[in-house]
Design a protein around this ligand. Structure first.
Ligand SMILES: [Zn+2]
Length: 233
């Protein structure tokens, strides 16, 4: 059954405010344990109704400004409640970050900003260093997905459910080589060094980074999200 119309805005306002807050400042320690949980309705500090235009708050506008300053081409997306606690708040669709990327859907602005910077300042230089080649494509398993944390029994929603995570599966080089997490993480020494350098750099840029070392579910990708405060595995 659908939520009665008169209740809907209230719930969504609270969810939007909580998400916008955690997205822009990163999750402080007090919020860390709540990250990924379904938003709880409470009195919002700054009303923001899902379905109305996005990027109305100062932090969100600052993020969009920084993305623009970085030379990234993107489209701001309207705020969306996807149901089931899943949402895309102050999110963008990346159009051009300087390197083609497959599988990109909605991404929160801070995630998009940090991902674009990682691609430019970590991925590209590392490919030159370890392979003497340019990265011509970053392959991913996507960003937004309304789902629980893999294997989680508590039913907590994944950061993917908030458009706040991306799964990176590999890199295509100009000479045709493909350096994939599946195979490369435990592959030849250049691939290992390259991927570990990217992992180390990602841990400085994202709130949570999960590699193939984390668990079996991550054998073929880096999970990068903006929740947490430097959780690096
Ligand atoms: Zn993921």
């Amino acid at each position: 059954m659908a939520i009665p119309a008169f209740l809907k805005p209230r719930i969504l306002v609270a969810a939007a405010a909580a998400l916008a807050l955690s997205a822009c400042f990163g999750a402080p320690e007090a919020m860390k344990n709540n990250s990924g949980k379904r938003p709880v309705a409470s009195k919002p500090n700054r009303p923001q109704v899902v379905g109305t235009p996005s990027f109305t708050g100062a932090e969100a506008q600052q993020c969009a400004f920084e993305l623009k300053q970085a030379g990234v081409r993107f489209t701001p997306l309207p705020n969306q409640d996807h149901g089931g606690g899943c949402s895309s708040i102050d999110s963008v669709k990346l159009l051009d970050i300087g390197t083609p990327v497959s599988g990109l859907g909605a991404m929160t602005c801070p995630l998009a900003r940090n991902f674009a910077a990682w691609a430019r300042y970590a991925v590209k230089p590392a490919a030159r260093k370890y392979f003497g080649s340019e990265v011509v494509k970053i392959e991913t398993y996507g960003t937004y997905s309304c789902r629980n944390i893999y294997g989680g029994r508590s039913g907590r929603l994944s950061q993917h459910a908030y458009s706040n995570a991306i799964d990176v599966s590999g890199f295509v080089l100009a000479d045709g080589r493909r350096i994939m997490l599946d195979g490369g993480w435990k592959g030849d020494s250049d691939s290992q060094d390259f991927l570990r350098a990217l992992h180390k750099s990602a841990c400085r840029r994202f709130g949570t980074v999960l590699s193939p070392d984390y668990n079996a579910a991550h054998y073929n990708h880096f999970h990068l999200d903006m929740s947490g405060n430097g959780y690096c595995r």
